[in-house]
Design a binder for this molecule. Structure first.
Ligand SMILES: C[S@@+](CC[C@H](N)C(=O)[O-])C[C@H]1O[C@@H](n2cnc3c(N)ncnc32)[C@H](O)[C@@H]1O
Length: 212
């Protein structure tokens, strides 16, 4: 008899396998969303502040946040991702908290000055909608949000094959409805190489400043 895994367990198994090797799957240098979000946040808070990276993978963006002086936390549900993130931090003599946790269990108690969710929330499938609201609520007043996820064509459903997709206009409207008073710094539809499937993939990317 075969036992069918819940979709989120399939994601857990998939990403844990992807991160199992000794190489860093997405490299060990920070991506463009993390770099640009920090650049926008820097004038608001020159000393850094607090930061969180949702679905931090192997930790390249988290290590960057720590190196930039942020008191930073990474959330990741794979054991290999957590271990590789800690290894990357230790190798650079950096410190950041790394929590092994499912993003579905996220609560909204603490807010952060800089919040990243880069190419992670789509894998929550039908739970991504609620998780997205909680991620938005994590941004402190005057904080910056850097978000990237799979793009949805207007005439397709938000969840297909347990993967969530959003349009840029939906995301922008959602920001305003969840917390209000955002300044859009960057909002783009773009095709990027999806390393996991070795094909181009449509993404939406948004960097926004919570004005109060
Ligand atoms: C495409 S990778 C991106 C990783 C990293 N943000 C980056 O830019 O390199 C997707 C990440 O989301 C994580 N992830 C997916 N579903 C998750 C969940 N329910 N809870 C926590 N992390 C999750 C995966 O383990 C993986 O690290």
């Amino acid at each position: 008899m075969t036992t069918e895994m819940a979709p989120h367990d399939q994601q857990l198994e998939y990403w844990d396998t992807v991160f199992a090797g000794s190489k860093y799957f997405y490299g060990s240098e920070p991506g463009p969303v993390a770099r640009r979000a920090v650049r926008y946040h820097r004038p608001v808070c020159p000393s850094g502040g607090t930061a969180i990276d949702f679905g931090c993978g192997e930790g390249q963006d988290l290590a960057f946040l720590a190196a930039e002086g942020y008191d930073a936390v990474g959330i990741e549900f794979t054991a290999h991702g957590v271990a590789k993130t800690r290894q990357l931090l230790a190798g650079r003599a950096l410190s950041a908290e790394v929590r092994q946790m499912d993003l579905r269990k996220l609560e909204v108690h603490t807010q952060y000055d800089l919040v990243l969710a880069v190419n992670s929330l789509q894998f929550l499938g039908p739970d991504a909608d609620a998780a997205l609201d909680r991620v938005i609520k994590k941004v402190a007043p005057r904080g910056v949000l850097g978000l990237s996820l799979f793009a949805r064509e207007e005439d397709t459903p938000p969840v297909e094959n347990d993967i969530y997709r959003a349009t840029l206009s939906e995301l922008q409207a959602r920001l305003q409805s969840v917390l209000g008073s955002w300044q859009m710094l960057e909002a783009a539809n773009l095709w990027q190489w999806n390393r996991a499937i070795d094909r181009p993939q449509a993404f939406v990317t948004l960097i926004a400043h919570r004005m109060r």
